[in-house]
Design a protein around this ligand. Sequence first.
Ligand code: 6R9
Length: 675
Amino acid sequence: MSDTLDTLLSESRHFPPSAEFTSSARVSDPDIYDQALADSLAYWEGWAKKLDWFEPWQEVLHWELPHAQWFVGGKLNACYNCVDRHVVQGRGDRVAIVWEGEPGDVQTITYAELQKSVAQIANALKQLGVRKGDRVCIYMPMVPELAMTMLACARMGAAHSVVFGGFSAESLQERTNDAQAKVIVTADGGWRRGGIVPLKAITDQALRLGCPSVQHVLMLERAGPEGTWTQGLATPSYDRGEWVEGRDVAWREIVPTQSTECPCEPMDSEDLLFILYTSGSTGKPKGIVHTTGGYLTGVYATTQWVFDLQDSDLFWCTADCGWVTGHSYVVYGPLANAAKILMYEGAPDTPSKDRFWKIIEKHQVTILYTAPTAIRTFMKWGEEWPQGCNLSSLRLLGSVGEPINPEAWIWYHENIGRGRCPIVDTWWQTETGHIMISPLPGITTTKPGSATRPFPGIEAVIVDEQGVDLSTQHLAEVRAGTATGDCGGILAIKRPWPGMLRGIFGDPERYKATYWSRFDGMYFPGDGAKLDSEGYFWLLGRVDDIMLVAGHNISTMEVESALVDHPAVAEAAVIGKQDAIKGQGIAAFVIIKADVESQDGLVEELRKHVAAKIGAIARPDVIYLCADLPKTRSGKIMRRLLRDVAEGRALGDTTTLADASVVASLKEQYESLEG
Ligand code: 6R9
């Protein structure tokens, strides 16, 4: 991949941290990088010691590729570390969760209150027959009870599997059965865009499809009976499902009556904490396995340093708990740090397109962590929405989920950060458990579009197709000041890290084959990356999405960035399409901004724009103007479905899509064009 083109990603703008930010930052000494790598086990052990353990470990790391055990023999409880220890240390009155429902209802929950509620939920789960070592499936809206139920499982030693509340009955059934969950915890419904997502009715449907392991369904009343919603607003009508006596249990009947005492189960460091299903590009979803001690150490450390977390912060990670980002940076990382977090139930455009900015203004959010797909949507809506709100409480911004194109980075910096707030672009995966590549805001000079460098203690390299290390030499040249060009290839991770996945639930062979057999002795995340002449990492998206056009590697992300750079374009998705001459040709699906008046000649202009930005080789062969793109719930464009559309195949697995109708109508539109 050494011939990856020099493109707009050789971004020249630099944003050093301000002296003021650095002076009060949690970490500001750049030597930390070398120190951490010089003895990474001692470094991670230092972090682990900041957690509370019931019994110490005997060995920091036991590593028999591909199986890692961290803090071997240590005993701890994740819920104890996220809740109880703060109460024990006299911080019970501190606010843990500020929650806002979509209709505008607000709840504030202290750590002491959180401890009681979590204990009651854990006791209720026990009453329903859940035991240490069992799995519980959680299918809930973004209400405080979702985070509480995750913690309750951790408290009693059951593993949770959170299934995103937007997934279908089939997805829920498949995940429930794969995990062999004993109980599904759900709600009657959750608010989304002024309507109710009927979670219980969908759960009923999943159970009708067949979930033999499930003994009970525990249902929280969030939506309530029609017309009786508490703050006087009538609940829109929705499908309330059925009630199966014996199987279904109402939250209000068994949770509030439980004792508020429930001891935290001492768990082995390597006991299962949760399973989380990730879509993957092909085949059935993989149940990614995370255990207790290493995961908690990793999310604790990264939350504190990457977000420069201070006592006075109100941290808002906008991710749903159905995504790994919600596990690590809504729940476990921040709460282990005794942070104040904000949770919001609903959509960003309800009742109007400034809902996020209104929430920030109202609750004085200081740190905002969101995804490029959301940022591009806000760009599309226009800057007047954030402009109308006071965002002066914000001091740090984060991005996760996809490469953030420089255009969106700058927009975020100017319109949300108002030029004051550092941006941390964080690269990581469900599998890595926590952030792996990211700026440290008190140290790193950022460049729009680059995730900068590995977190201290993480060793990332760039290799070629054969696994030959290309980056060590390049970095030596960077240090010596002699590096000139870029070094492009495939990302690999060299040493084990505490939050790494421990396996795929029930499928050890697939675990080995997917992550550990591509390169000898290294973890294969599946992403393309490059290092620039200053030693900065640029993540270029999935290796499968990198195109080979007439012998040149071109990343879809680079062409997308060039398209979005054009003033008429709101969003773009690019794919390689089979081409008899070039191997692959470039096809682009483009969404035009709402205020663009004429589309005459636009397609040709866009093709020229890309050629001017990147080079003639990257000029798209075809550009389709469309209204929407197929995305997962966390906003990732599913390019493999677009390839299916462009190459005229039947669509592959669509169960992880946010809205399956989008790709179906694209297919129709495409087929009618191709005639
Ligand atoms: C946390 C999360 C993982 C994949 C990952 C990569 C992409 C995530 C990114 C990024 C570029 C970033 N990705 N963050 N690419 N820059 N800052 O997203 O987990 O849902 O498992 O996805 O997302 O392709 O491999 P997950």
